[in-house]
Design a protein around this ligand. Structure first.
Ligand SMILES: C[S@@+](CC[C@H](N)C(=O)[O-])C[C@H]1O[C@@H](n2cnc3c(N)ncnc32)[C@H](O)[C@@H]1O
Length: 282
């Protein structure tokens, strides 16, 4: 068991973990949900599709040495494939189904699915997003990389039933969980699709506001240029990696957008990551 000293977890979240026996090479997901229930899920070691063994075994029996030869490149490809392969989950504590609340709404999602990693973060970020998006009743809004639709729900309240909110997320499970939680908002739809694909399939659309919360790699040139071409009045961008966030800010500026608001949250203590939220206008 690796070092358990971490400043972030809620009291009791890691209780008893170091004393138990776990499968070598497995990952543990620990989630304390909005009802205070702890879910402890063991993810089986990732399968190495290239070499047939586990990721850990692949590392141990790899090309050896620290050179930059072909052996290393194959190991990297194998590790990437392993990271994206489905992994068997074993629920050890709790139900494996986390219940979360934001602005009076209730979501039920897989304890291993995406949720902002601090018990107050989803509410806090969605308050900032709602304030800065300030979408007009009847308008069209996009929520890209929407997860289970936490921001989309707030935006749907703003546009009302004469407007429309399109959320896009590639994890099918998250989309299904989001649809179940938000079925009382028929003017909001969630699509299971890669953002970079979906965005080029909307040639005529001119959203009033676009909200983006991409993963650490950020949104990048193709997505930012495709959405800037639609000339939204306002863009709200959230990023947890300051380096990719800064690169994306540069891409917005090159597309004629300038930042009108910026907030930074020290949400990942002990790491170089911070949660950055910015609003852009032309
Ligand atoms: C930082 S999370 C944001 C989720 C959501 N905004 C929330 O607050 O719960 C990023 C989300 O983007 C999804 N994602 C990553 N790459 C994607 C892509 N290329 N297209 C669509 N969704 C993607 C992930 O599955 C994840 O749910």
């Amino acid at each position: 068991m690796a070092d358990l000293r971490c400043p972030q977890p809620m009291a009791g979240a890691l209780e008893g973990i170091a004393e138990r026996r776990w499968t070598p090479g497995a990952d543990l997901m620990v989630a304390v949900d909005g009802d205070g229930m702890r879910h402890l899920v063991e993810l089986a070691p990732a399968e190495d599709r290239h070499g047939g063994g586990s990721e850990r075994r692949e590392r141990g029996s790899g090309a050896g040495g620290s050179g930059r030869g072909k052996g290393d490149r194959r190991s990297t490809a194998a590790r990437r494939a392993a990271a994206h392969s489905a992994r068997t989950e074993r629920v050890v504590d709790g139900t494996g189904r986390a219940v979360q609340y934001v602005s009076g709404r209730r979501w039920e999602l897989s304890a291993t699915g995406f949720w902002q990693p601090h018990y107050g973060a989803a509410q806090c970020y969605s308050d900032v997003v709602a304030e800065w998006a300030d979408a007009a009743p009847g308008s069209l809004v996009w929520d890209l990389y929407c997860g289970v639709g936490v921001f989309a729900a707030r935006l749907a309240d703003q546009v009302g039933q004469t407007g429309a909110v399109h959320g896009v997320e590639f994890a099918r499970t998250a989309v299904a969980e989001g649809r179940a939680a938000l079925r009382d908002l028929p003017w909001l739809d969630l699509t299971a699709e890669r953002v970079e694909r979906w965005i080029v399939e909307q040639p005529e659309a001119a959203p009033d506001v676009v909200v983006l919360d991409p993963p650490r790699a950020g949104a990048g040139r193709d997505v930012i240029s495709a959405l800037s071409e639609r000339s939204p009045r306002r863009i709200v961008h959230i990023g947890c990696d300051p380096a990719s966030f800064a690169r994306d800010v540069g891409l917005y500026k090159a597309a004629g957008y300038h930042p009108v608001a910026l907030r930074v949250f020290d949400a990942f203590p002990g790491t170089h990551h911070v949660e950055c939220v910015a609003a852009f206008e032309r």
